[in-house]
Design a protein around this ligand. Structure first.
Ligand code: COA
Length: 386
């Protein structure tokens, strides 16, 4: 047998079989269960896409209604979760809060420890997944009230997933256009094959730990700036550039210093990320309808994308999903440090679809390594060490 080789970042190494989503990196296409992402954004909504990802097929009216009613009924989280959150520092990043609060849910909902029979029972797994998806937005919105000294705004069962989140965040009936855009962002962020956080889901699920540990681990993985954290960095970068005239100089200085341009590049897409194209179209629609409040940022984003494409396009580096999502959230009056928690809210669906898929054909992950350390040797007592 030839010597094994380490592939840094496991680039191109299949870690599992999966029927959930598919990327064609060369053509810039993304499919959920075979459906092109653009069709789902144009014709479906998040609740339906969630069920498609979890179950494998578009739902009929009855199962969609049941799932949607379940989401609406389980938005409340136990009072004691809120008590834990009260003791977290308000200056902390909301992703750190979310990681901690979601992990704590496993203590408050102990039935989430699965027996062998439950692991084989699809409807039990569905109901657990639905409850987690329902509660994460409540935790994020609650925190945004609590950290500014306000009482959390209770969720409303008469609103869809996206509208309810905006309502809990801002305390007023949301603008229907914002609801539509946020719903589209949720769809676009719901799933994306075996990225770093989803890979962490496979690894932790394979140990048969409870799903709250699985999702908390994925939240922690998503928080890094090379993954979900990039959308917050994008808006900070655009603010730092400040005006369109500075785009070229900013770009050149960053590239000369070998620094990354946030919201660009992707391990799999070697052309434009289809999600970025859809989000950019939404920004353009907003601008044309005269609804754009922060047109300066959008103008800088357009300028930066064009300039970066000139420099980075030949290397196969283009704008990714995070480039425009942050600008859209900013437009809706959402604070920048909530952008990544919103990504986590949406992605919880994809993570839970992979959790179920891994459980259906599980073997614990245990890769190997190529040892590069010292050869076996004898312990030296302290007095004899040089
Ligand atoms: N800006 C400038 N250069 C970039 C770049 C970016 N955003 N992304 C990649 N590159 C360059 C690297 O510097 C490297 O150049 P080199 O070959 O001259 O050293 C080359 O492209 C390969 O980059 P690498 O980081 O090894 O690719 P990867 O596949 O390991 O990483 C990302 C993919 C997404 C982590 C990477 O593109 C990145 O850090 N992007 C910025 C963060 C971001 O937007 N993340 C969200 C992803 S959806």
């Amino acid at each position: 047998m030839s010597d094994p080789t380490v592939v840094p970042g496991l680039e191109g190494i299949p870690a599992t079989h999966s029927a959930i989503s598919q990327i064609d990196g060369a053509a810039g296409q993304l499919f959920y269960r075979g459906y092109p992402i653009a069709e789902l954004v144009a014709q479906s909504h998040y609740e339906e896409v969630a069920l498609l990802l979890l179950d494998g097929e578009l739902p009929n009216a009855q199962s969609l209604e049941r799932f949607d009613a379940g989401l609406r009924a389980h938005r409340q989280v136990k009072y004691n979760v809120r008590e834990i959150m009260k003791f977290l520092p308000v200056t902390g990043h909301p992703m750190d809060m979310l990681h901690c609060a979601v992990a704590s849910l496993g203590m408050f909902y102990p039935q989430q420890e699965l027996s062998d029979a439950e692991r084989e029972n699809a409807s039990h797994l569905d109901s657990m997944a639905m409850r987690i998806i329902a509660r994460i937005p409540t935790i994020v919105a609650m925190w945004d009230q609590m950290r500014f000294g306000n009482d959390p705004i209770p969720p409303r069962a008469d609103l869809c997933h996206a509208a309810n989140f905006l309502y809990m965040l801002h305390g007023q009936d949301p603008d229907p256009l914002h609801v539509r855009i946020l719903d589209a962002c949720f769809i676009l962020h719901a799933e994306h094959t075996i990225n770093a956080s989803t890979f962490s889901v496979l690894v932790s699920t394979s140990t048969l730990t409870n799903p709250y540990h699985v999702i908390a681990g994925a939240i922690g993985t998503l928080a890094g700036p090379l993954h979900g954290g990039a959308n917050q960095q994008v808006v900070q970068m655009l603010e730092e550039i400040g005006k369109i005239e500075r785009v070229e100089a900013y770009l050149e200085s960053k590239l000369a210093a070998k620094e990354k341009i946030w919201g660009f590049g992707h391990r799999v897409y070697k052309t434009r990320d289809p999600r970025a194209t859809i989000l950019k179209g939404m920004m353009q629609d907003l601008a044309q309808a005269g609804h754009l409040r922060h047109s300066r940022l959008f103008e800088i984003a357009l300028g930066l994308e064009a300039a970066a494409e000139k420099h980075l396009g030949p290397k196969g580096i283009y704008a990714n999903v995070d480039f425009y999502s942050g600008v859209l959230y900013h437009e809706m009056g959402i604070r920048a440090d909530l952008f990544t928690p919103i990504f986590a809210m949406a992605r919880s669906v994809g993570w839970l679809a992979h959790w179920r898929e891994q459980l259906s054909n599980n073997r614990i992950f245990r890769p190997t390594q190529i040892y590069t350390g010292a050869a076996p040797r004898s312990y030296l007592p302290l007095a004899e060490r040089p």
